[in-house]
Design a protein around this ligand. Structure first.
Ligand code: SAM
Ligand code: SF4
Length: 333
């Protein structure tokens, strides 16, 4: 590799964290992410192969990327995912591989994923009632998600975290039970504010149940939440511990408290487009470079172009905000 510069943008933000979407497909249809019907999935031939993902990752790692997160769509609907994890774990410089999953297929794959080198898991769980699960995902299966969580705990990942998107009018009464569940089972829990990335364009500011509202509900139920000092400034969540010492809870507040100034993340979509932000309206085509015989140096150049074009912030709160054309499942959350 001729170019070993790190991926630093015009504001000095160093990008060492790559989120890889391995598929745009999913086995459920969360309304905040995907349409319910007639989903336009990319044809398989347009999705990066494992070899292409590994090549791209090697190039990114040569520029200082050392943390990976596999996402989607639902990463576990992609066949042979542990083989990809194994390949990525052997890329020089990669020290951490995590995955975000809806948990439905997790119980069947936890052993193979752990053996392949997956270190950390985020499992999405927005509530503990099947009715809530169905209202959000428009499918059934909460019991399988819970099974997946317990299977992952038995296998012993370095960290298992629950991700809950909070939506006013839908999950308000799930907040405290989720807190209780996480405390009981020794799981870290993070609440995420609902972002305007749904496919049906129905997001409204009023639906955002803010991190501070959730915190208040939890404090009323469990007592004071005590802030935990942030060790990594690029971590999107603000973490707290319960005053009785049982459990850690985090808040990711992209809408009410954007954390863009410390963002260190870049993304590659399942069809091989590099993005410098979830909300970016521009993309850089790594697949085109790889499939037209382009060199690793050309990928390096593309990565630098993408990072240098990164905006200071996502601008959700600005009157000029333009939603990206692609919804969450097409980008990779
Ligand atoms: N299918 C996997 C899952 O659901 O965990 C991985 C992909 S999903 C797009 C990644 C994360 O983004 C999930 O925790 C999901 O709840 C969250 N998410 C999806 N759409 C969102 C939105 N509009 N606002 C906030 N979070 C969202
Ligand atoms: Fe599927 Fe995850 Fe999107 Fe829900 S949030 S539809 S589980 S990709």
């Amino acid at each position: 590799m001729t170019n070993s510069r790190i991926l630093v943008d015009s504001l000095g933000r160093v990008h060492n964290n790559l989120r890889i979407s391995v598929t745009d497909r999913c086995n459920i249809r969360c309304f905040y992410c995907m349409p319910n019907d007639n989903v336009q999935f990319k044809p398989r031939a347009e999705i990066l192969t494992f070899e292409e993902i590994a090549r791209f990752t090697r190039v990114a790692a040569s520029l200082g990327v050392n943390k990976l997160r596999l996402t989607g769509g639902e990463p576990l609907v992609r066949a042979d995912l542990p083989a990809l994890v194994g390949e990525l774990a052997s890329v020089p410089g990669i020290r951490d591989i995590a995955m975000t999953t809806n948990g439905l297929l997790l119980a069947d794959h936890v052993d193979a994923l752990k053996r392949a080198g997956l270190k950390r898991l985020n499992i999405s769980l927005d509530g503990l009632r099947e009715e809530t699960f169905q209202r959000i995902s428009r499918r059934s299966g909460l019991d399988r998600v819970l099974e997946g969580i317990f299977a992952a705990q038995r296998v012993g990942f370095e960290k298992i975290r629950l991700n809950a998107v909070a939506i006013r009018g839908i999950t308000d009464d799930e907040i405290v039970p989720l807190g209780e569940f996480a405390r009981q089972h020794g799981l870290e829990l993070r609440f995420i504010e609902f972002m305007p990335l749904d496919a049906e364009n129905s997001w409204e500011n009023d639906q955002v149940l803010s991190g501070s509202e959730i915190r208040e509900a939890l404090e009323n139920a469990f007592g004071a939440l005590l802030p935990i000092e942030r060790r990594d400034p690029s971590q999107p969540a603000t973490d707290y511990r319960f005053e009785d010492g049982i459990g850690v809870i985090g808040f990711i507040n992209p809408v009410t408290q954007p954390f863009c100034s410390d963002c260190n993340r870049l993304r590659i979509t399942a069809d091989g487009k590099i993005r410098n932000c979830l909300f970016s309206i521009a993309e850089w085509d790594a697949r085109q470079v790889m499939r037209s015989g382009g060199s690793d140096e050309q990928l390096v150049e593309l990565l630098h172009d993408c990072i240098l074009a990164k905006k200071p912030g996502h601008g959700i709160d600005s009157p000029d905000f333009v939603r990206p054309d692609r919804a969450m499942y097409q980008i990779g959350g």
